[in-house]
Ligand binder design. Sequence first.
Ligand code: HEM
Length: 534
Amino acid sequence: AVNAVAGDAKKRQMDTFTKDENKDTPLTSYFGTKIAETDIALRAGARGPTVLEDFHNREKISHFDHERIPERVVHARGAGAFGEFKLHTPLTGLTTAKILTDTSKVTPAYVRFSTVNGSRGSADSVRDPRGFAVRLYSDEGNWDIVGNNIPVFFIQDAIKFVDLVHAVKPEPHNEIPQAQTAHDNAWDFMGLHPQTTHMQQWIMSDRAIPRSFRMMQGFGVHTFRLINEEGKSTFVKYHWSPHLGTHSLVWDEALKLAGQDPDFHRRDLWDAIEAGAYPKWELGVQIVKEEDEHKFDFDLLDATKLIPEDLVPVQNIGTLTLNRNPVDYFTEVEQVAFCTQHIVPGMDFSSDPLLAGRNFSYFDTQISRIGINFSDIPVNRPVCPFATNARDGAMNMTSKANRTAYHPNRFDALPTTAPAQGGFKSYPEVMAGIKERIHGPKFNEFVSQAQLFYNSMSAPEKKNIVSAYQFELSKCYETVVQQNAIDRINLIDHDLALQVATAFPSVKVGEAKPNHGQKSAFLSQVDGKNQIFT
Ligand code: HEM
């Protein structure tokens, strides 16, 4: 019963926008005129030319001509579902956000899973990170955690995202390949960018070929802030852990599925929900006190690093359940518009430079992908009351009844700002610095967490990583690209480089690096002992 009530807040709202056309509703023109004939166009004589006068023919074809909108510039292929989020362990004292403190509330939720590189029609089982974008329609506004199934990212600064995506998308001259890292530009980029070293390990591992969307972890990746009643800030990272466990395909299965059932993952999600086997995830948090910010050997603002769980354990605080498939793919999955900047009072951003760029980029791209009034699209609307001073713009569907759209105004009509009612305020972080193009010094270490990852793998998982490198690099035409990749692998693990290189007679493996197998630089040491922050 709880499920039904919770889902209903969003469902009721969505239902008011749902057209229920059926066989008893006569076909009409877009403006309501009943149509007697829709199979044969009006023409001058049985074998004569089609005439311009036939408004139904023109309207029908013309709408069809404009059916497509641009696909997402990344994460174009995806599947979505609705559900609910229920908090079980409140973060009392850490945040004022009700969604993280009120355990009585069941919040409507929406999730879109995706691949990153392929176009809308590409296969589901390719080697790629998976998008894991969650929207919680909270009573204080939409909260989006726009994450991936991998806890770190390729790059550290959003200004590099353009280069990254240009390198990993199909090559400009031949548009090959579709949704894979197996090509010269992708490996050229990774070879020339040490910051990709850690992420490269994750995408060469079985994590990049998940068994099912229902069996993936999700990560918010960046460090965010929670803000409490006193205005005190605490750092937080978000994790989603599937109740079904984390499982991967093996490469041979992934290859066959790409041919036999390119819709494998979206079908799996859809069928599970239709069958009532609702997938569930725990929301976990890693909490770091403000005063511990600099105690790590890596920078909390560096999205190529994770916080090892033996330093900061993950505490599970709530459960996400997906229990309802969309009614209409285009309006509810294609037109959903997530953004990292959708947060609620009691939360804030950190100064992660990747996050700052994302806060700009999503809104910006959605203006051209869907149009400036995309927040009016039912899947994007909050369920809480909302009032803005926005007006006009293409495809505006809301009539403003209160005569003004500015603040303040002579009627004192809504919307006004709400500091007293707990409106959003940015955390007043103390800032001082020279304006220049530079990163913090801890951003320059790239190998230790890649080593941590590789060393934590079992023997079969390591074997799969070797095979993945060999497969992907074998698709490169240029030896220099393969050589750069092997040089980078050699920094992570000499034996791994030797094994991968057996498939490439023309590349050379350099000497083992002195830090090989030694360093775990992210463990902070106090008095010679590993320091665990709790
Ligand atoms: C889309 C995750 C970095 C730009 C997405 C989506 C996800 C995602 C899950 C799909 C959203 C959906 O399902 O509709 C991530 C993660 C990142 C990252 C986890 C790093 C931690 C970036 C950066 C930029 C960027 C640095 C730009 C500077 C975009 C754009 C879209 C997108 C433009 C398409 C959005 C749309 O058309 O609605 N990303 N992304 N992403 N991402 Fe990212």
